[in-house]
Write a protein that binds this ligand. Structure first.
Ligand code: SAH
Ligand code: SF4
Ligand code: F3S
Length: 477
């Protein structure tokens, strides 16, 4: 691979740095003259991996492409631009993305003008970009999470100057307001409240791929929420890697409880937020969730491990005991709350006994939902170089056992809904059967139900007839 002088490649050492300098903020999006209308009569397709932050970024990418005159397509066949917005959280994501790029090779052979671009968190990884550059000539554009706003210029260089463009900043990051957005949903919307993460949990790549924690100004967030309400959106989800740390980087008087309350007062029907780290979860937050009917009684509270020594080595800043204390406080003060969690098994050198501590905590908490993962070593993170004598077979067995246990509790919890009437915000038809509608309860339970002439985006009362492990069945009343 021959490196070109105008390529800007990712640099992990730069990405690791944090300074106290104020974050640059921009509120104007300007399309360079030459790039205007470059998308006329052209189409694009976006493939998105990873978390809600990436979903929301894809909506910005789509918004920018729309503003250049492109039209969105639901299929990659016959389009002019394909963007793959990637996730780096675990190794298996890399393999999926490379598989997809491999599949797009056929489209590139059929149309050599096709622009295949790769962006998102994997683009921030040194090894991944080297691999793309040397083995995937069909990829002509690679850009990072800090370069989204440069899409018009980058695309112009690829399409009209026939360059291969690589632009990946590894700096701490900026805040851009007023970038165009093409929302993919008509009922539910994502609202970023902050970007990046400074927690540096020892296993996690996000602080390197997303830069330092940068909160948006409260008035900007509230304007967006008001606008969504006026446009008829029924539900918003406030997004950040640690929503409870909101505001601390811009003003010591700002906090998430105040933001949540201000959002609740806009009167938008449903408000959710994710992710709330167990550290920093204030009593005021619990009060706001309990007091406002439009703040949903649902908390995603990632545990990662039930063992205090593993939590210390993960850099999580809480213990088994303090997690449980918070868990019960939330349960006690918020009626009908449901709580979900994330768990990593097989963290380096996790002993059987330490794993049993996770199992016993799950047995005690009986979570409504768990997202469980086997530890994946992310190059550049401290945990990736920790001694790890535990073999993959043991880790897989632990995962299977954990899944069996939490599934039983989830089923038990869902069965308790049988006979109850719940309010469901309707998404549309169920994925499997178009005589059946689907939507979510306030407690974030997926409900598949029968009914007649129901419009997506409406609230309906549904009687639950059956509780299953991952969903509820019911009938509209
Ligand atoms: N900011 C959130 C987590 C975002 S990542 C929080 O702190 O809770 C989503 C989940 O992916 C994490 O909660 C964790 O369970 C999992 N995860 C992150 N890095 C991982 C890794 N290296 N290996 C396995 N799972 C990981
Ligand atoms: Fe990753 Fe920890 Fe930040 Fe969550 S809080 S994004 S797990 S570093
Ligand atoms: Fe993945 Fe990046 Fe989100 S690593 S989980 S897409 S912040």
């Amino acid at each position: 691979m021959k490196l070109r002088p105008d390529w800007i490649l990712p640099d992990l050492n730069e990405a690791r740095k944090r300074s106290n300098s104020p974050v640059p903020r921009f509120d104007q999006f300007v399309i360079p003259e030459e790039a205007k209308w470059m998308g006329q009569n052209k189409t694009y397709y976006i493939s998105t991996y990873g978390c809600q932050a990436n979903e929301r970024d894809s909506e910005t990418l789509a918004g920018i492409l729309d503003s250049l005159g492109f039209t969105k397509s639901e299929s990659p066949e016959h389009v002019d631009v394909i963007l793959i917005n990637t996730c780096a959280i675990r190794q298996n994501a890399t393999e999926k993305v490379l598989g997809e790029i491999g599949n797009f090779k056929r489209l590139y052979r059929e149309n050599e003008d096709l622009v295949i671009g790769v962006c998102g968190c994997m683009s921030q990884e040194e090894g991944f970009v080297e691999n793309l550059l040397s083995k995937y000539p069909q990829v002509r554009l690679i850009f990072g999470t800090h370069n989204i706003q440069d899409l018009p210029t980058m695309l112009y260089e690829v399409m009209h100057e026939h360059k291969r463009v690589v632009k990946i900043y590894s700096k701490e990051g900026e805040v851009y307001e007023n970038l165009p957005v093409h929302r993919f949903g008509k009922t539910k919307a994502w609202v970023n409240i902050m970007y990046g993460c400074d927690k540096f949990c020892t296993y996690c790549i996000v602080p390197y791929t997303r830069g330092k924690q940068r909160s948006r100004q409260m008035h900007e967030i509230l304007n967006e929420v008001q606008e969504l309400k006026q446009q008829g959106y029924k539900e918003i989800t406030l997004l950040g890697q640690n929503v409870n740390a909101y505001g601390k980087d811009i003003d010591p008087n700002l906090n998430f409880a105040d933001l949540l309350e201000a959002c609740a007062k806009t009167g938008i029907p449903r408000i959710r937020f994710t992710t709330s780290h167990p550290w920093d979860f204030s009593d005021d937050m619990i009060d706001v969730i309990a007091r406002y009917d439009n703040v949903m009684p649902f908390v995603h509270l990632p545990l990662q491990s039930g063992d205090s020594e593993i939590l210390r080595r993960m850099g999580r800043r809480y213990t088994r005991e303090s997690y449980l204390e918070l868990f019960y406080k939330i349960k006690d003060r918020i009626p009908n709350v449901s709580i979900s969690t994330d768990i990593i098994v097989g963290f380096p050198n996790e002993s059987d006994e330490q794993f049993e501590n996770t199992i016993s905590l799950v047995e005690e908490c009986k979570f409504d939902n768990c997202y469980t993962f086997i530890f994946s070593a992310r190059p550049g993170t401290p945990a990736s170089i920790m001694d790890d004598p535990i073999d993959m077979d043991t880790k897989s067995k632990r995962l299977a056992r954990l899944n069996k246990i939490w599934n039983q509790y989830a089923l038990e919890k869902n069965r308790a809904y049988e006979g109850r009437v719940v309010t469901v915000l309707v998404d549309g038809f169920s994925k499997k059967d178009n005589h059946v509608y689907s939507g979510y309860t306030d407690t974030n339970k997926l409900v598949n139900f029968t009914g007649h002439n129901i419009e997506p985006g409406t609230f309906v009362q549904v009687r639950i007839t059956k509780g299953k492990t991952f969903s509820l069945d019911g009938e509209a009343i």
